[in-house]
Structure formats: C-alpha cells, structure tokens
Design a protein around this ligand. Structure first.
Ligand SMILES: *Cc1c(COP(=O)(O)O)cnc(C)c1O
Length: 450
C-alpha cells in the first residue's frame, strides 16, 4: 500500500485552547524575581512592560487550558491548521526503518512558527488600549511575524534588529517594512543601552540580548507603548502549544504515536510548542516518549550552560529568570541560525530539563547544513538554518534506528523555511561555512561575570 504523505485537519479542528503545562508539573518552575528586591514577580509587576492578560498568562501555574480568543483563532485560519507530513523521501534516502514525521510551520505567511504568538500578543495589547509596541529580532523572523500581527490588529511597531542579521538578511528587514514596521539596527545610538555598547565595543555585531535591552528601554520611555518578546517567556511557550495540539490529532490520523519528539532550540518556544502536549501524556504516566532539544554547538546553553537566575538581556533590564544559561554577557558566534543565538532557555523548559524530563543535544553548523540540503533535496522544502538543527537531530535518531535494526517513530517541528536565508546556503555550497565551538574556559569566564 502507498504510504500516506500528508495529514490535514479542517479549520474547525484548530484548537480552541492553549495548553499550560505548568499546571501539570510536579516541580513548578521557580518564579521570576525582581532584580532589586529579589521578590517573586506577580502579574501586576509585569503590567508596565507587557499587556495585562499576557502578564497573567506568564505567572499562571494553575489553569491547564487557556481559551484562545475568537479574534485570534479567526486570524490563525489564514494559515492553520498546518500540515503534518510523513518524510518518506528523507526516510528512503536514509534507508532507515524509522518513520519520520514533521509538522510544517513554514507555511505561515511569515515563513515560521513565530506568528502563533505574534497574533495573540498584538491582540491582547490592542485590547489594553496600547498604541505602540516594541521588540527585538535576531534573524528577523520574530520581527517579521510581529510586523504582520501589528498591522493586522492596528498597532505601530518599532523593531530592534540584531546588526549582523540586519546586514546578512536584508529581505527580512524589507518584509517588516512592507508590513509597516520601523526597523532599527541594534546596537543603535537611539538608546542608552545601545550607545554604551557601541562606545565599549565599536565593532560589535549585536546580539538578541542587546536588542532586547534597547526595545525595553524604548517601551519604558514611550507613553502607551509596550514591549513584546518572541521566545523564552512562559506566555510565548503557551501560545506555541497550538503546534503540538494539532500534531497530536494528526499523529492519531496517521495511526502512530511518536517515540521521540524533536525541536530546534533558541529560547525554547517552538520546542515547547511541539513537545508540551505530548509531554503531558508522559507526566500523566501514560506514555514514555523522549523529547530532544537541538541547539547549536556554538551556543550550548542546555548542554553546557548552568541552571541559575540570570537576566534575559545583555544590559540587565529584565526580571531575573531561572534558566539554563551561558551568562547574559555571552556573545555567540555569528552562525547563520540567528534565531538560536540566545544565551538562555525559558524557565519551564529549564525546569523540565533539570528534572530529567527532556534531553538536549548540541550540533555543529556544518552537520546542520548538510541535513538541511538533504531535506531540501528529498522533501522539497528548503528549511530555515534554525530548523536544520531539528532535522539533523532527527537524522541522527533515524540512523540510530537503522544501526539497531529497530523501527522508531520520529516527529520533529519544521519551524520555518529558508527561502530568505539563501545567502547562508550560498556560503555552505561554496564551502565557506565553518564550525564554531566555545571552550569551557570561555563559558566559565562569562558565567563568572554574572
Ligand atoms: C526564532 C526561530 C527559532 C528559535 O526560537 P525558539 O523560540 O527556540 O523556537 C527556530 N526556528 C525558526 C524558524 C525561528 O524563526
């Protein structure tokens, strides 16, 4: 019998609620702390920075299910439900007994999973009467998603874009501008945080941590302006669970259940999104699925970082977050997976990793591009450089199944496509890409500055 390739849901199947895993966790994530008083933060403490409902979602550890507003669900229909695909071409090329599935989040109009959280964040800000929002963006995907979401709900948006990406990925900048956002290369001279870092390091290529500092500073100084974040925070992970909730239904259509679920890892939002709904069944004692976070070897917070309270940004404007971190002063190498160049992991994933409920693996840049090219050639989709980390991890799992002569069901999240990252592929194909690794000395010296 011909294997089925695609598992499609109907609009009516789009979930009506997001899944809040903290309600089901035995060991809850530790609270965020006020850096001055070291007091745990309550929702009200976050109101100056974030929309009120987002602040409440951030600290909610009791409600397992949170309603998706109908206005947001309507907008999700532009691109959701997204397909679940059996990667038969990739399976064949690997000659593996494993069954490989991927959830295709690259079909969103912005080309990545980021829109899943951008839409509700813009919506809740609009409901609060906010007129302007700010944010940072690394490779440009979050800024792009938020630009479309802000336009959709009638908000003005200013985006601080990490300088290296601003230069390497001009088309993401054009996309943001097309959707009406204002884009500023970070570090910039428009904020105190930016001016300080330019003065200290004139050639600094920027990082997410610095861009976050700039965006927060602008939000704090502008009336009716709030800040938004595209990863790391609990409410972002919450919104992204729509990925796994759909995938759960689609795996059922395929008549299989994953033995291993994989996501690439920047701050953890797409990984949380694909894994939490499945992890729930592990926590309820019903399943024994493995969960693998695939991070870059050049930014190995999960595999080599330390679990401690740290700032989410370079300057130290954010609350203290309990996280696996390389230190907020860590400046990652200029790898092409810009969305993974972040020093820390969200507090929920960090707690789950600490408790042994998740695994993490670090992958070097060349292995990820090799995986990305094989995926493009066998499945037709050119993956985002970030997503190639998940593909590389899936290939490792499939090769292991082959060695052991065992079948295995692998599910990974294809977080985005790479059509706007072709300069990275150009470099890879020309043989100009290199591996970057950090030494133990570098890591401990940065952590010592905390
Ligand atoms: C931003 C991004 C990531 C990394 O962010 P997470 O919050 O860890 O998901 C991964 N893939 C793509 C395509 C992205 O845009």
């Amino acid at each position: 019998m011909e294997k089925r390739k695609k598992f499609m849901l109907q609009e009516a199947d789009i979930p009506t609620q997001w899944y809040n895993i903290t309600a089901d966790m035995k060991n809850k994530p530790q609270p965020m702390l006020n850096p001055q008083t070291k007091e745990p933060l309550k929702a009200e403490d976050l109101y100056p920075l974030f929309a009120e409902e987002l602040s409440r979602q951030e600290v909610n550890q009791t409600d397992a299910w949170i309603d998706i507003p109908e206005e947001v669900r309507e907008k999700y229909k532009i691109y959701r439900p997204t397909p679940l695909v059996r990667a038969t071409g990739l399976e064949k090329a690997l000659d593996t007994p494993a069954h490989i599935y991927f959830k295709n989040e690259s079909v969103s109009p912005v080309g990545s999973h980021k829109l899943n959280s951008a839409l509700p964040q813009a919506y809740y800000n609009k409901m609060d009467g906010t007129t302007n929002i700010t944010t940072e963006t690394g490779a440009g995907q979050w800024g792009t998603a938020l630009a479309f979401a802000a336009k959709t709900f009638g908000l003005e948006l200013a985006v601080y874009m990490v300088k290296i990406s601003y230069e390497q990925k001009p088309y993401r900048r054009s996309l943001m501008q097309t959707w009406g956002a204002q884009v500023i290369a970070s570090p910039s001279m428009s904020t105190k945080a930016g001016r300080k870092i330019i003065t200290d390091h004139p050639n600094y290529q920027g990082s997410l941590g610095t861009a976050i500092s700039e965006a927060i500073e602008l939000a704090m100084q502008t009336p009716n302006c709030k800040y938004t974040l595209g990863s790391v925070l609990n409410h972002v992970a919450l919104h992204q669970t729509i990925i796994g909730l759909e995938a759960e239904k689609q795996m059922e259509m395929a008549g299989e259940y994953p033995d291993v679920v994989i996501g690439c890892f920047g701050g953890g939002s797409n990984f949380s999104g694909i894994t939490f709904p499945f992890l729930r069944h592990n926590m309820l004692g019903k399943k024994n699925t493995r969960f693998v976070a695939a991070e870059p070897a050049s930014c190995p917070k999960l595999t080599r970082g330390r679990f401690q309270y740290d700032f989410g940004d370079e300057t130290g404007y954010t609350p203290l977050i309990p996280m696996f971190t390389l230190g907020h002063k860590f400046a990652p190498a200029n790898i092409h997976a810009g969305g993974l160049r972040y020093h820390g992991a969200g507090s929920i994933v960090s707690q789950l990793l600490k408790d042994g409920l998740l695994e993490a693996t670090a992958i070097k840049q060349l292995e990820t591009f090799e995986a990305g090219v094989l995926f493009a050639q066998t499945e037709g989709i050119v993956p985002a450089p970030e997503s190639t980390h998940a593909i590389a991890a899936a290939i490792r799992e499939a090769n292991q199944a082959k060695e052991e002569g065992k079948s295995k069901v692998i599910l990974f999240n294809l977080s985005g496509h790479g059509l706007i990252d072709m300069s990275a592929y150009d470099q890879y194909l020309a043989g100009d890409l290199t591996n970057h690794e950090v030494t133990d000395e570098e890591i401990s010296s940065i952590l010592a500055q905390n």
